[in-house]
Design a protein around this ligand. Structure first.
Ligand code: ZN
Ligand code: ZN
Length: 171
């Protein structure tokens, strides 16, 4: 029972974290935001280094919100299982490091690619597509968030265009 609870807490943390990170942060950032595209999609992805170098502490707010969805559910999941919550956070952190293996010499082994495809997990190869084409390959951890995220993006873009035309009409 303890093990099942721990696994459930870890899985929920990853699912909820990636869901809110994708739909409430990542996609809206690409439509309305600024710093995710400038900082995270650059070769040096550190928000802290960017904020210090460009003297723009406001970029840290952006960095904070990119990680916040993974911590938002910790108080609740902790009650389900502290071990599972810790496991979920560790896996989320390790996946960040792994999915940014963009060196030309890196290649995910064929068997692991197959496992990831079966489980709906994103690989470094897939995440690299997103870093090159910001409209594609959403879902940092889970690839099945990709298609709904692209639709969400189209809709938010439409909202943005509507807002702009309404604003220019008001002028
Ligand atoms: Zn990335
Ligand atoms: Zn992005």
């Amino acid at each position: 029972m303890m093990v099942l609870q721990a696994l459930a807490a870890a899985l929920l943390l990853l699912l909820l974290g990636d869901f809110f990170a994708t739909f409430a942060y990542h996609v809206p950032e690409h439509v309305f935001g600024k710093f995710h595209s400038i900082v995270h999609h650059s070769p040096n992805r550190s928000f802290v280094r960017y904020a210090l170098h460009h003297r723009k502490p406001i970029a840290l707010v952006d960095g904070f919100f990119s990680a916040f969805p993974y911590f938002a559910f910790v108080p609740w999941l902790w009650q389900l299982s502290p071990w599972g919550t810790t496991l979920g956070l560790s896996l989320a952190g390790l996946h960040v490091i792994w999915r940014h293996q963009f060196s030309p010499t890196y290649a995910t082994p064929e068997w692991l690619q197959r496992v990831c495809r079966g489980l709906g997990l994103s690989t470094p190869e897939r995440h690299y597509i997103h870093h090159c084409h910001a409209n594609l390959a959403f879902g940092d951890i889970f690839s099945f968030f990709g298609t709904p995220a692209e639709r969400w993006m189209k809709w938010l873009r439409w909202v943005k265009v509507q807002q702009r035309s309404r604003r220019s009409m008001a002028r």
